[in-house]
Design a protein around this ligand. Structure first.
Ligand code: PMT
Length: 414
């Protein structure tokens, strides 16, 4: 899973008359780079903001603007494509077009195309002045579109092109793309509660200094994103990182190993799957000074106290049907250490990664996992951390099916 969710997907992008139309040119370009098959349909008003030539160049396909330009047979072909589209993304969706769609009108190519499409494939991204968006007529139309089964990606709040502040800005592409990725992912973790830990912990010496490690959080955040895309309800307990919170995920921020310990133990029992990708500090300074220690007065040594091993504790109280996965950051005897930790911590599986190189483990964008379980060792390919997460989650789904027969009834369709 997760190699490229967009490759080969047929996406019809319906562009309507809004200043935000220029932003969608970037969306089309990105979708084409992701190897989606993008067909753009523009309303007459949209052509006032961006030319069809721009979208044609970016999508690599002819842009469709009128019903009958190419003759009736061609128009029918467009409708056929809409019916077969994996997604019909209307962005930006103006108040006028939303009103037409709510009324079921079909007086131009875009509205006709939407009526011909599977309602479950339609995604609407409104963009307009905030007063127009807040107007009861627009809100009523939005409610009707939801009833019809169309997905709505709400506009953001902020400064608008008309220099007014409020809700109405076209949603950011990162959010829209992530929601599309979820639509294109199998929903084989729907109804499953997954707890993921990520990042380092910081063990304070004084208010200015701490002991920590090189974990960036990328691996754990990728697992949380991957699980949300597959329909899971995800809690991410994260040490300090510079990463944006993943969409749809409940993020619990912690700093120290003791805080991570308390958060994990209070939430783990409710979760069917626990994946511990965090690099938890094994030790903390025995004394945490309340004031910054003066250089001249500092002792030569810092005495350390052992932190509790959270994963070991989870392994001790693992309930039947729960899937417990650990990570191991190793630079030497990877598989030996993996086997030792698997047994000691009572895990279903441990993902061992090599922290000796520069393109796996800490901070890297990619990783290579060696999955050690009771049934042996499986070495995964060296791929992006999001792809790694997808491959690991495939094994989680498999394991869930083994430990809980009800799991096999989950929807695994795309
Ligand atoms: O964050 P990135 O930059 O993307 O890097 C990813 C990673 C290298 C941090 C990640 O892939 C990884 O290997 N995480 C585990 C690192 C680690 O702490 O390994 P460990 O061998 O010390 O611990 C083994 C397991 O016990 C881990 O699941 C860890 O979360 C857990 N543990 C460790 C100590 C402790 N006190 N409590 C724990 O729960």
């Amino acid at each position: 899973m997760e190699a490229n969710l967009f490759a080969g997907k047929r996406i019809v992008v319906g562009v309507t008359g809004s200043i935000a139309a220029f932003k969608v040119a970037g969306w089309v370009s990105d979708l084409a780079k992701e190897e989606a098959q993008v067909m753009v349909v523009m309303t007459t008003a949209a052509e006032r903001f961006v030319t069809p030539l721009t979208f044609a160049a970016l999508s690599g396909n002819t842009v469709h603007t009128t019903m009958f330009a190419d003759g009736a047979a061609e128009s029918m072909a467009h409708i056929e494509l809409a019916r077969e589209a994996d997604c019909l993304l209307i962005a930006p969706a103006s108040a006028d077009v939303m009103a037409k769609l709510a009324a079921g009108l079909a007086d131009d190519l875009l509205t006709t195309t939407v009526l011909a499409a599977n309602p479950a494939a339609v995604v609407v991204c409104p963009a307009m002045n905030s007063r127009m968006y807040a107007h009861p007529a627009t809100q009523r139309n939005l409610a009707i579109l939801r009833q019809l089964g169309y997905a709505i990606i709400e506009p953001a709040t902020g400064m608008m092109a008309c220099k007014e502040e409020g809700q109405g800005r076209l949603a950011e592409w990162e959010e829209v793309k992530e929601r599309l990725a979820r639509r294109f992912s199998p929903q084989d973790l729907r109804g499953v509660r997954v707890l993921v830990t990520a990042g380092p912990t910081r063990e304070a010496i004084d208010p200015a200094r701490y002991i920590s490690n090189r974990s960036s959080g990328k691996m754990g955040y990728a697992i949380a994103r991957g699980a949300w895309r597959r329909g899971a309800e995800v809690v991410l307990i994260s040490g300090p990182t510079a990463l944006p919170p993943p969409l749809g995920v409940k993020l619990v921020k912690v700093t120290s190993a003791m805080e991570m310990h308390d958060s994990v133990l209070s939430l783990a029992d409710d979760c069917q799957v626990v994946i511990k990708a965090a690099a938890v500090a094994d030790f903390r300074p025995e004394v945490r000074h309340r004031h910054k220690v003066k250089k001249e007065q500092a002792a030569d040594e810092i005495r350390l106290a052992k932190n509790p091993d959270i994963l070991f504790t989870l392994g001790q109280c693992k309930r039947p049907g729960q899937v417990l996965i650990g990570f191991a950051a190793e630079s030497d005897d990877l598989l030996g250490e993996g086997r030792r930790k698997l047994a000691k911590k009572n895990l279903d599986l441990i993902a061992v990664n090599d922290i000796g190189g520069s393109d796996t483990g800490f901070e890297a964008e990619s990783n290579q996992l060696h999955l050690v379980s009771a049934s042996g060792v499986e070495t995964l390919p060296h791929v992006s951390k999001l792809h790694c997460a997808g491959l690991l989650l495939d094994r989680v789904v498999q394991r869930l099916t083994e430990v809980s027969p009800a799991a096999s009834s989950r929807d695994s369709s795309a």
